[in-house]
Design a protein around this ligand. Structure first.
Ligand code: ATP
Ligand code: MG
Length: 459
């Protein structure tokens, strides 16, 4: 027994009272049947947009696809701050029957459908083609059976459906990745047949689907699925070739090829940030190009992080990442090889923090955790833990002259001078001592050192 939330039932009832048919449909019904929380409710109705707009005062025409959005406001309760806070937007789409997909991505024209069945027939997968009005489940493609069998299967002929809209191939992988489902055999075969059609899809849409895949629960498996159904070749060819680069060599712990290692690193990366996960997936992709075997059989990838960074730039541009995402991706890849050796000086740690950026330390550590566990490393991470602690400690210490507990006014006062180059010289000298660790960044100590320097300077 499934029950619609009250707000969803109200929308259906309002439309029905006005003489229309109305059903919840798509992802929300699927999630309800799975017992999972749903993101937003979608409805389908034979009412045309103009009629829907009349029935709901809080509605607005969303786009050219016949979708009306309704703002659902939070119930006013004692603990809700604002009466008018919008909780969600529910979407009502008029029954559609789409015809003609010449460019493999958009229907040439939208035609209103006459029946619910017509509308369900143009939906992508059986599990997304179930309608529910609060009483009756309409499930002509046996989506419930596929939900039970954990299968992603197209509505109708898979080859035709992917030829209509090539992005559906990535959606299939995304839903599989989200729910831990398998792509049904004929559907998977059809993806493999039509993979090249992905070239017709805009980079932005590919990016959005790919990033959603990377943050889903079964992301690592999904990347392997992308490879197996040939889609990876059109999304991230640099990863596809990496599966042919071995890493196993005497005295090295690496047991996986570069491609498998990349996927394993993604699997173990604890971050939920899509760009951090992408960085983790591609951090080693410079390895195929820097692969060398030494005379003793040891495999090396000298400077691979530099080549990986070049690839990261290509990937960021290809996927049309924002400038901020570009910077994060390339920074993480560029510095992923950082050493956690406990013999490093504070100054070295500080240099590292400056390069990576304070705000990205957590991200690069997440990449490192994925990298380590995804490399089959068995050693404990005490070094990494120690390094993390030191990173925190070092951040409490001064980073630049301006962080010193004394400033230019102190110098002017003590030296009885006007502003001039000597002030900078004195502060620089103090900073060098603090950075070396021979002088604490405490006011008393700094002032007395300043005094010492004065007698030296005025000798
Ligand atoms: P999510 O929880 O990620 O939003 P969803 O199933 O709701 O998943 P949407 O992209 O919001 O996915 O689309 C809503 C519904 O519209 C889908 O369930 C499906 O029935 C239909 N749909 C969306 N995109 C397509 C497409 N490219 N081809 C056919 N049907 C589609
Ligand atoms: Mg949705």
């Amino acid at each position: 027994m499934i029950i619609l939330p009250k707000s969803a039932q109200t929308i259906i009832d309002t439309l029905k009272k006005a003489g229309f048919e109305a059903y919840a449909v798509g992802g929300s019904v699927r999630d309800l049947l799975l017992g999972k929380e749903t993101k937003g409710w979608d409805f389908t109705s034979n009412a045309v947009p103009e009629k829907i707009l009349e029935l709901f005062p809080d509605s607005f025409y969303d786009n050219q696809f016949g979708t009306v959005g309704i703002k659902i406001r939070k119930q006013f309760t004692a603990d809700s701050l604002q009466k008018d806070e919008i909780e969600d937007i529910y979407e009502i789409t008029t029954y559609r029957s789409e015809e003609g997909y010449k460019d493999h991505r958009h229907p040439d024209k939208i035609v209103w459908g006459k029946t619910l069945l017509e509308d369900l027939s143009r939906r992508d997968f059986t599990i997304n083609a179930i309608a529910f009005d609060g009483k009756t489940l309409v499930d002509p493609y046996h989506g419930q059976d596929d939900l039970k069998a954990n299968l992603i299967r197209t509505v109708g002929d898979a080859n035709e459906r992917f030829a209509e809209d090539a992005l559906r191939m990535m959606r299939a992988v995304r839903f599989a990745a989200r729910f831990g489902f398998t792509i049904e055999e004929k559907t998977a075969q059809a993806i493999a047949n039509n993979a090249a059609l992905l070239t017709e899809i805009s980079a932005e849409r590919i990016r959005d689907e790919f990033l959603k895949i990377l943050v889903s629960e079964h992301a690592a498996d999904a990347v392997l699925v992308l490879k197996n159904v040939n889609l990876l070749h059109y999304i991230l060819p640099e990863l596809e070739v990496a599966f042919a680069t071995p890493q196993k060599s005497p005295k090295r712990h690496h047991m996986y090829d570069v491609g498998t290692h990349s996927v394993m690193a993604l699997k173990y990366c604890p971050s939920s940030d899509p760009i951090v996960r992408l960085a983790t997936l591609i951090h080693d992709l410079g390895k195929p190009k820097t692969y060398r075997v030494l005379p003793d059989g040891v495999i090396t990838f000298y400077n691979h992080e530099v080549v990986s960074t070049k690839i990261a730039r290509d990937v960021a541009r290809r996927l049309r990442l924002s400038n901020k995402q570009f910077d994060l991706l390339t920074t993480l890849v560029r510095w992923h090889q950082f050493s956690v050796d406990e013999r490093q000086t504070d100054a070295a740690l500080r240099r590292f923090i400056k390069r990576v950026g304070k705000e990205n330390l957590e991200h690069i550590l997440a990449l490192r955790i994925g990298d380590r566990l995804g490399g089959g490393a068995t050693e404990t991470s005490w070094r990494l833990e120690l390094y993390k602690k030191r990173l925190e400690e070092v951040q409490l210490q001064p980073f630049s002259v301006s962080d010193l507990q004394v400033n230019g006014y102190d110098v002017m006062k003590l030296y009885e001078v006007k502003p001039g180059p000597i002030i900078g010289n004195v502060l620089d000298a103090l900073f060098a001592e603090v950075e070396k660790g021979v002088l604490p960044n405490e006011r008393e100590a700094l002032l007395s050192k300043m005094n010492e320097l004065k007698s030296e300077l005025t000798k």
